[in-house]
Design a protein around this ligand. Structure first.
Ligand SMILES: Cc1cc2nc3c(=O)[nH]c(=O)nc-3n(C[C@H](O)[C@H](O)[C@H](O)COP(=O)(O)OP(=O)(O)OC[C@H]3O[C@@H](n4cnc5c(N)ncnc54)[C@H](O)[C@@H]3O)c2cc1C
Length: 339
């Protein structure tokens, strides 16, 4: 009699329970593969006070609520969920990938990395995140139309974002906070020829309104400038440690190199969402998750069998179908049994 596989052995494990990873897991589970999500929780989606740019989801939905509903949906379809930090990983002799978490070890045929990145935060004092301090231009520029806005940073991309904000408002300050600008001469010329105030004094204080939103920033020369909000542009720390351990190709900026369907340079390893190149947006990450989940199904599904296997093993017996594991089959039948 064959031994039962350990309960933490899966066909597919997604590391990271943000929108990109959970979408990949949704497809993999509903397409009949034993799937788990291992996530420490938090992440960029969890920081959203309101969800923007996601058709069908109301703006007043918070990131926590959005992720909570996603997790419930996954569990209803039979995906397992572990709250754990995967701290290392390795390829086992049998070809499986072992993920070592703080609480347990997990073995899988396919791993999908959806580990995201952390925004580098500016030095204190800070406005309150989400009510005056923002990180995502495509998400939040719309809320600053015709308002006074700052962009904080001294990099090429900070200067670029200050220029972009002129599409939304005529009051844009670029705050270097005493750091030496790293932008090129050409970019300096761009700044000079656009109505952008470059302020070099450091920020020494923050004034918030009664609604909790930023009202003004105080500067070390004693001046006070009113702002509705702005963007911090200090870069990203990509969570690519597991990808590096598995030998995946990493781009110069720290993103994980992927193909059209999220395949990395290493067999059986996919990456989706903010840890890969592209626009860091919910619909984009979720689309990448969907593509990876479908691609994984193409690789793992049993039927129809290739003709060389049929030639070798003979025709498929009816006892061998359907190809879905028993527990997922039961869960699917229950799910679609309406009283
Ligand atoms: C404040 C803010 C507001 C935003 N608002 C919007 C918006 O309105 N609309 C929009 O389209 N986009 C918005 N974005 C962008 C959006 O949140 C991201 O593009 C999206 O969350 C990316 O999803 P993801 O699954 O790739 O990563 P994340 O959402 O960052 O999820 C990654 C997950 O992986 C986990 N993880 C990482 N490493 C490990 C590990 N080793 N082991 C276990 N778990 C691990 C993390 O803890 C986290 O739970 C916003 C971003 C921020 C910061």
């Amino acid at each position: 009699m064959s031994e039962e596989p350990p309960s933490t052995e899966y066909e597919v494990i997604v590391v990271g329970g943000g929108p990109a990873g959970m979408t990949a897991a949704l497809y993999s589970t509903r397409l009949g593969h034993r799937t788990a999500v291992v996530s420490r929780g938090g992440g960029r989606a969890a920081m959203m006070q309101e969800v923007h740019n996601l058709l069908g989801v109301r703006e007043e939905t918070s990131g926590a609520e959005f992720l909570g509903i996603g997790r419930e949906q996954l569990e209803e379809y039979g995906c397992d969920f572990y709250q754990d930090l995967v701290s290392s990983c390795s390829r086992e002799e049998e070809g499986l990938i072992r993920l070592s978490g703080n609480n347990d070890d997990y073995d899988t045929e396919i791993v999908i990395l959806a580990t995201g990145f952390n925004d580098v935060r500016p030095e204190p004092p800070l406005p309150r995140t989400g009510r005056g301090l923002h990180y995502c231009l495509h998400c939040d520029a719309h809320m600053f139309v015709d308002k006074s806005v700052y962009v904080m940073g001294h990099s090429e991309s900070a200067a670029h974002v200050a220029g972009i904000m002129l599409n939304f408002t005529d009051e844009v300050d670029l705050l270097t906070r005493g750091d030496d600008p790293e932008w090129s001469d050409e970019t300096a010329g761009m700044l000079e020829r656009h109505p952008i105030d470059v302020v070099h004094e450091d920020v020494t204080g923050v004034q918030n309104g009664d609604d909790g939103w930023l009202k003004a920033l105080e500067f070390e020369d004693g001046t006070v400038r009113e702002y509705r909000g702005g963007f911090a542009m200090y870069g990203a720390e990509y969570n690519n440690g597991l990808a590096r351990e598995l030998g995946c190709e990493i781009n110069d900026d720290g993103t994980i190199e992927v193909g059209d369907h999220g395949q990395t340079s290493v067999e059986g390893v996919y990456a989706v969402g903010d840890c890969t190149p592209g626009h860091n947006q919910l619909p984009v990450g979720m689309g990448q998750g969907a593509k990876a989940g479908i691609d994984v199904h193409f690789r793992l599904r049993d039927f129809p069998r290739d003709s060389d296997i049929l030639d070798e093993q003979g025709p498929v017996r009816s006892a061998e179908v359907p190809g879905i594991p028993d527990e997922l089959l039961e869960q699917a039948v229950d799910f679609h049994t309406y009283d």
